[in-house]
Design a protein around this ligand. Sequence first.
Ligand SMILES: C[S@@+](CC[C@H](N)C(=O)[O-])C[C@H]1O[C@@H](n2cnc3c(N)ncnc32)[C@H](O)[C@@H]1O
Length: 280
Amino acid sequence: MQQPDELRLDRGLFPWGPDWMAGLFSKQAAVYAAARPAYPNDLFTKLAALTAHHCLAWDVGTGNGQAAIGVAEHYDSVLATDVSEDQLLHAAPHPKVWYLHTPDATPGEDLVATLGGEGSVDLITVAEAAHWFDLPAFYDVAHRVLRRPGGVIAVWGYNYRISPVEDMMTRFFNTTLPYWDPRARCCTDGYRDLPFPFVDIGLGREGEPASLDMEQEMSFEGLIGMLSSWSAVTTAKQQGVDLLGERVVKQLEEEWGGASLVRKVTFKAFLLAGTPRADD
Ligand SMILES: C[S@@+](CC[C@H](N)C(=O)[O-])C[C@H]1O[C@@H](n2cnc3c(N)ncnc32)[C@H](O)[C@@H]1O
């Protein structure tokens, strides 16, 4: 596989206008890298057991490689792509992960070629990102590059539902409501409305995502970092509104149980996985 710098792509698949999406996550890329959860190893083991081969995985909307690093334990190579160069600059290096910037407007043809052509990818993962995509265009590429038979796509997400601090999270989430991009609603709703045109393989399907509990140790500082990395909080800031002002942080601290408390929390995540239909 070529080096990432040789693989810069320049035009077409994602149509919301140049650099809009990249800007949304680029502004808080360093905070994002420090604050977002990693995913359970068990998830990657399960997914790897479902693919027939373990040569190439594609982690799309990789951010800082939160999922790519886990996937790399099971595949020879992982191509990890994102529209935000800043997110990639803060990505965790790994000898089997190749980070590649794919600007908003990368043509599907270029992506298919970069991934090695039709039928060359064993596993596609999309963690906490699918709701931002132009899904018909993305799924078209996914169908083309997945190996048949035996290729698998898994899409998952999490939102403000975190146990055992649900009430505190709901109160804070409600203050962010005016600032979410409409596409984020799909994530708030647990991907129940996310189109997913793939054959069910027993790990969540269109309209019925599987539950995925993700346990993490979280400090109060980690909580504030995670909330700061929400795109709605960034958008509010751009509009001159600080949703995490001193008074709010104090209130959150009280509800959390003190600034020095490290809690075991569970993200109530959701997952859809499938394989291409034979006739697609
Ligand atoms: C919420 S972050 C998730 C990052 C990482 N996968 C994780 O699990 O934390 C969403 C990521 O998707 C990227 N993104 C949004 N639209 C994209 C697209 N059309 N193609 C590739 N990446 C995209 C953003 O730049 C951002 O890094």
